[in-house]
Structure formats: structure tokens, C-alpha cells
Design a protein around this ligand. Structure first.
Ligand SMILES: O=P(O)(O)OC[C@H]1O[C@H](OP(=O)(O)OP(=O)(O)O)[C@H](O)[C@@H]1O
Ligand SMILES: O=c1[nH]c(=O)c2nc[nH]c2[nH]1
Ligand SMILES: [Mg+2]
Length: 152
């Protein structure tokens, strides 16, 4: 990927709150299925905002840092997703989203970020990101010392 889009915790929180607002009224939902691990972060914010306490996971992995491999489903919440919000942090190529859609055809599937190749696979998302851009999520970063420009 040629570009980077750095996400701070503050911005992530703000976007996840915006996504929650669009899912009102909360009474229509039985709970949330988080696509672990990335989806755990927005799921926590959404659960708080919508007053939902039934949280399930579907544990699916495909990337070794930025290299995509085969989809590996380690655990899945039961059912067809009826009455549930399925949330992931982002949709990129759409491979994960396609698998999720098949598993939970009746759920409302949302993400915080979406790149063009996968955007049409989700019911809603907050931020458009170009396809050539890697999203650096706040949980993958840390605060570090930056030497002053004039240091020898
Ligand atoms: O649209 P795609 O190209 O499938 O990519 C999107 C998926 O990739 C990342 O998860 P990853 O598989 O890296 O696992 P993680 O959530 O545990 O970090 C991200 O959290 C999405 O789930
Ligand atoms: O942190 C991440 N940033 C991305 O842009 C991405 N695409 C797939 N998986 C991803 N993980
Ligand atoms: Mg993920």
C-alpha cells in the first residue's frame, strides 16, 4: 500500500459513536456480534452507547500484519444474525465481509472504515478510505519519542 491513514483513539471513538447513532432505536437489537479482533473495539463503544449487553464474537483471521492469507474461522456465534448488529473495524478487499454475510445473512453488518472494493458489502460505515491506503488503527500503534529536527 502506498499511503497511510493514521487513526487516533479520539477519532476512532468519535466514528464509533456516529455509527451507534445510526443504529437507533436500540430496542430493535438483541445484541452485537463483534468480528474479532478488530471489531471488538467498535463493539465495546456501540454496546455502551446502545445499552446492549449481549455481545457475541466471530473469531476470524486473514492478515499476518499487512499480508492477506486464507480466512480462518476459529469460533462463530450461532444463528443467522437475526436481530444482531455485526461489526468489524474495517472492510478492505471484502473477503472477510463476504464470509460474514454468508454466516449471518439476517444481521445488520457495519464497519467504521470502508475501502471501495468492500464498501458495497456492508450496510453502513462511517469513513471512506482509498484502496491504496493502509489504515493504522490506534491499537496497533504507540506513543514514541521523536528526536528534535536540530539534534546532531
Ligand atoms: O476486507 P478484508 O480484506 O478481508 O480485510 C478486513 C479484515 O482484515 C482485518 O482483520 P484481520 O484478518 O487482520 O484480523 P484482526 O481483526 O484479528 O486484526 C480487519 O479487522 C477486517 O476484519
Ligand atoms: O490495520 C489494518 N489496516 C488496513 O488497512 C487493513 N486492511 C485489511 N486489514 C487491515 N488492517
Ligand atoms: Mg479483523
Amino acid at each position: 500500500m502506498s499511503e497511510k491513514y493514521v487513526v487516533t483513539w479520539d477519532m476512532f471513538h468519535m466514528h464509533a459513536r456516529k455509527l451507534s447513532e445510526r443504529l437507533l432505536p436500540a430496542s430493535q437489537w438483541k445484541g452485537i456480534i463483534a468480528v474479532s479482533r478488530g471489531g471488538l473495539f467498535p463493539a465495546a463503544v456501540m454496546a455502551r452507547e446502545l445499552g446492549l449487553r449481549h455481545i457475541e464474537t466471530v473469531c476470524i483471521a486473514s492478515y499476518d500484519h499487512d499480508k492477506q492469507g486464507e480466512l480462518n474461522v476459529l469460533h462463530r456465534a450461532q444463528g443467522d444474525g437475526e436481530g444482531f448488529i455485526v461489526v468489524d473495524d474495517l472492510v478492505d478487499t471484502g473477503n472477510t465481509a463476504r464470509a460474514i454475510r454468508e454466516m449471518y445473512p439476517k444481521a445488520r453488518f457495519v464497519t467504521v472504515f470502508a475501502k471501495p472494493a468492500g464498501a458495497s458489502l456492508v450496510d453502513d460505515y462511517v469513513v471512506d478510505i482509498p484502496q491504496n491506503t493502509w489504515i493504522e488503527q490506534p491499537w496497533d500503534m504507540g506513543i514514541c519519542f521523536v528526536p528534535p529536527l536540530a539534534r546532531k
